[in-house]
Design a binder for this molecule. Structure first.
Ligand code: NAD
Length: 284
């Protein structure tokens, strides 16, 4: 049976460490500050944003929430971001996605100063990540690597199969594994015969957003299975992309949902905000 990767516990340990670093920085007169912009009334977005703020405050960071109406113009949103780019109290800026259809998401992301882009979505940070330079890394993939580090997993030379190719999860996750010398295969909605690939994975990352996509016969004996999915099953319960009960007998390690990748994601946002605050010092 697989060993459980306890994301909650790993996240808590990492957060304790970040909290201590925040205190040190505060003693030097700098309080890390995160600004979150929430547009419209998407309930899921609202919950995510609340959790981010709560964690910020618990770790002693400063956080502000800017709420804008669903009908806000792209220009007005850009103006808000530019103001935050200039603010000395704010080190990280996050625009909660998705945005309403009339707003160009790419234009918004490119308005955020790359130095404050704690989500790591700005093309400059993506380019830096691709060329293995210092960068803000998208929080979910960064959290996955952190989890694997914490169990001492070997990545170099391993075959990693990533299911999903979104700009925020799948693509950057594969890139990070490549940077660590893994052999990476990307699968996605157009992949013919998913199982042919997944069953050869030493490390399988499922980020498709499809409940029970991954069953026992998709998984190699002893594989590390990272379940990024956040889905609701028929009973309305939160579940991942992996049929946990079936796969846990075959995998070597497995992450649960909830309590796996989710807590790591928010932790890496805190990590990135701390990093942004630290690098602001060297710029004074
Ligand atoms: P997305 O919808 O943007 O991308 C999904 C990807 O999966 C696409 O690239 C698509 O090609 C692929 N896909 C869809 N169906 C597939 C199938 N049947 N077979 C193979 N590939 C398939 O989603 P996303 O933003 O990348 O998020 C993926 C999942 O991860 C969602 O469930 C989301 O809620 C979850 N998520 C969790 C966290 C977290 O912190 N735990 C963070 C971000 C996203």
């Amino acid at each position: 049976a697989a060993e459980l990767i306890d994301g909650k516990k790993i996240a808590r340990q990492k957060q304790d460490h970040i909290g201590a670093e925040v205190q040190k920085l505060k003693a030097e007169g700098i309080t890390p500050g995160l600004a979150v912009i929430l547009v419209g009334n998407n309930q899921a977005s609202r919950t995510y944003v609340k959790n981010k703020q709560k964690t910020c405050n618990r770790l002693g960071m400063h956080s502000i929430l800017i709420e804008l109406s669903e009908s806000v113009s792209e220009q007005e949103l850009i103006r808000e971001i530019k103001e935050l780019n200039e603010s000395d109290d704010i080190h990280g800026i996050l625009v909660q996605l998705p945005l309403p259809g009339h707003i160009n998401e790419k234009a918004i992301i490119e308005t955020i100063s790359p130095e404050k882009d704690v989500d790591g979505f700005h093309p400059i940070n993506i380019g830096r990540m691709m060329t293995a330079q210092d960068a803000y890394i998208p929080c979910t993939p960064e959290g996955i690597i952190e989890m694997l580090d914490s169990i001492g997993a070997d990545i170099s030379g391993k075959h990693v199969v990533v299911i999903g190719r979104s700009n925020i999860v799948g693509k950057p996750a594969g890139q990070l594994f490549l940077n660590k010398d893994a052999t990476v295969t990307y699968c996605h909605s157009k992949t013919a015969d998913l199982k042919e690939y997944t069953k050869r994975a030493d490390i399988l990352v499922a980020a498709a957003g499809k409940a029970n996509l991954i069953t026992e016969d998709h998984v190699k004996n002893g594989a590390i299975v990272i379940d990024v999915g956040m889905n609701r099953n028929q009973e309305g319960k939160l579940c991942g992309d992996v049929d946990f009960e079936a796969v846990k007998h075959k995998a070597g390690f497995i992450t649960p949902v909830p309590g796996g990748v989710g807590p790591m994601t928010i932790t890496m946002l805190m990590h990135n905000t701390l990093k942004a605050a630290k690098s602001s010092i060297s710029k004074i």
